[in-house]
Ligand binder design. Structure first.
Ligand SMILES: [Zn+2]
Ligand SMILES: [Zn+2]
Length: 597
């Protein structure tokens, strides 16, 4: 059970309490709500009013798993065979690094098969968005029925999965990060697919990273852990270079299709209509004329991404989070993408009365503008707003696969987990946005995101990609467009080393929450004291977070760094010192964060 974006405007006191309770918890089971004293009737009422919703469960998506119809006996290429032999011959941590379409999955499934044949069991971890019926059926082609474990199961389902793992009911379990400690009987191998994915990191206490836990678990249990990726994380790449992970590099694709060729377009120079360069429009026309599909990728929902006043600088912001609101034209609302709060749109500046500017691009606007340019094209949007209703989401995905659309306008959801057989062109609209809020990991995210999204094209038919950017000089964009992994990692590592960033240092993000802004003076004093007592760490200036507020509290961040030596001792000391921090300030400790927002 969780809260929807809908606000409850009625008078029911208990309903308000229920909503507040669920919002605070994030996700709650019905049993928990009942034990908290909320009645079944009340919960039913909240569901009817759509202020609460049942969890979206991956299994129950009513989509017929489209089996890829692979023969169970696949002949491996020489480099796949080498990788397989390497993984099986040496127990320990491995990195299976291979370009999109190089048959990495085939290699780890074969390895898993050998492990199962020897009487052991296998745990395969995948990122949240990848745990689809399609993936499951592909793995079941090998092993028959497999076990499933992820955070969106009900408590009852979790208990039953946990017990079947203990009993050894299935040869293979697949799951998301929550599955990393699943007590699989006679575990013989752990696989972490798409190891670079940020969903392996738990974003609340205890902030663990399932990839790191998997490596440690493998070490403790004396079994192999295989990290798999087309774009390994900078950490894993460094470890492989130092010999801490055994590297198996698949350089060629197994299919006869080459990787999609990427063309970089400078949005400042190129002639364009709106956000579409003429080159992108020509390419779209060609692809659609041939009866193939194109995907336009932008990692932002809504219509306009910013509403502001040119006269006085006012920006429409969320009251809870202080971040700019996005305008959703379809719903005619301003929506906060951090907390989901909705606001009635304003058209005149509340400060000076001038008309407000609506700017920036989100999926809705891209969808509308492409429809205006080409009314004859069949366009569909695939983002969080589309798949919120799982039935509708599954229907849209099925229709895309069947070729009922020409153009897909989508976010991350569209570029992860699904194979669209007719997809021939991927257009990245604004590559500069892919790094997210700027921090030391931005260029890594940009690089990975370009390779992954464009890799959706040309998996079954020849494909190509057009990457539009305002700043075409960014090394992450340049290297990605040329598939120059080595150069990217070398440059990124030397940059991190020079500036003392992870993975060369251990990074710890401290988040401080205060109720009133005036308390900042005191917070700063306590922070300075903390700094004095923890000379092992390098302390930056305490600064407001990119998301400045959460549930009415002001957020301040400090990204501490230290050498890796004695890190456990240092972290223990840090935790102890933080506990003695004045009680009215809330402090969160995130070791090795994946985002600094
Ligand atoms: Zn104004
Ligand atoms: Zn908000």
């Amino acid at each position: 059970m969780r809260a929807t974006e809908k606000e409850y405007g009625g008078r029911g006191k208990r309903l308000k309490e229920l909503l507040r309770f669920v919002r605070e918890r994030g996700e709650v089971s019905v049993e928990e709500l009942l034990s908290e004293g909320f009645s079944r009737n009340l919960i039913r009422r909240a569901l009817e009013l759509e202020i609460l919703e049942e969890d979206y469960r991956i299994e129950t998506v009513p989509i017929k798993p489209q089996s890829l119809k692979e023969k169970k006996r696949v002949v491996l290429t020489p480099s796949q065979r080498n990788a397989l032999r390497g993984i099986l011959s040496e127990r320990g941590p491995h990195l299976l690094f291979g370009v999109t379409g190089s048959g990495k999955m085939e290699v780890y499934l074969q390895a898993a098969k050998r492990v199962v044949e020897s009487g052991k069991r296998v745990l395969i971890l995948v990122p949240e968005l990848l745990l689809t019926p399609e993936l499951r059926s592909r793995i079941e082609d090998y092993f028959g029925k497999v076990g499933i474990f992820h955070g969106k199961l009900s408590r009852k389902e979790k208990v039953s999965a946990w017990l079947s793992a203990l009993k050894g009911e299935y040869p293979v379990f697949i799951g998301t990060r929550q599955a990393v400690l699943l007590p699989v009987k006679d575990l013989g191998l752990i696989v972490v697919d798409e190891e670079q994915d940020s969903s392996y990191k738990e974003q609340q206490k205890p902030y663990y990273n399932a990839r790191e836990v998997a490596l440690k678990r493998g070490e403790i249990q004396g079994i192999s852990t295989v990290l798999v990726s087309a774009t390994p994380s900078v950490e894993s790449f460094k470890r492989a270079k130092e010999g801490k992970l055994q590297l198996h590099h698949l350089k060629e694709r197994v299919t006869s299709l080459p990787l999609p060729k990427m063309e970089l377009i400078d949005l400042k120079e190129e002639e364009r209509r709106g956000i579409f360069s003429e080159k992108l429009l020509r390419a779209l026309e060609r692809v659609i004329k041939d009866g193939k599909q194109a995907l336009l990728y932008i990692n932002r929902r809504g219509y306009f991404s910013r509403v502001f006043c040119l006269n006085c600088g006012f920006t429409a912001e969320c009251k809870n989070c202080k971040v700019p609101l996005s305008y959703h034209k379809f719903k005619k609302l301003l929506i906060c993408h951090v907390c989901g709060k909705r606001y009635r749109p304003v058209y005149r500046c509340p400060k000076c009365g001038k008309l407000l500017e609506f700017r920036g691009y989100g999926t809705e606007r891209v969808e509308e503008e492409i429809r205006i340019l080409h009314p004859e094209w069949r366009v569909v949007r695939l983002d969080l707003d589309t798949i919120k209703d799982p039935t509708r989401g599954a229907k849209v995905i099925k229709e895309i696969k069947e070729g009922k659309y020409d153009v897909i306008v989508g976010t991350n959801i569209a570029v992860k987990g699904h194979n669209f057989p007719k997809l021939s062109l991927v257009g990245i609209l604004i590559a500069d946005l892919l790094g997210g809020p700027p921090d030391f990991m931005s260029s890594e995210r940009t690089f990975q995101s370009i390779i992954h999204s464009t890799g959706r094209a040309g998996r079954f038919i020849p494909g190509f990609a057009i990457v539009q950017a305002f700043n075409t000089e960014l090394p992450s964009i340049r290297y990605a467009v040329n598939y120059d992994y080595e150069a990217f990692y070398e440059e990124e590592l030397s940059f991190r080393k020079l500036l003392n960033y992870p993975p060369f240092k251990l990074g710890v993000l401290l988040e401080f929450l205060i109720k009133k802004r005036e308390e900042f003076v005191e917070l700063k004093e306590s922070y300075e004291n903390l700094k004095k007592r923890l000379s092992e760490f390098e302390f930056p200036k305490l600064s407001p977070a990119p998301i400045p507020k959460t549930s009415g509290m002001y957020r301040y961040l400090a990204f501490l760094r230290t050498d890796w030596e004695n890190s456990l001792e240092k972290l223990k000391k840090l935790r102890k010192e933080v506990t003695s921090f004045p009680a009215r300030f809330r402090v969160k400790i995130d070791v090795s964060p994946v985002r600094i927002t």
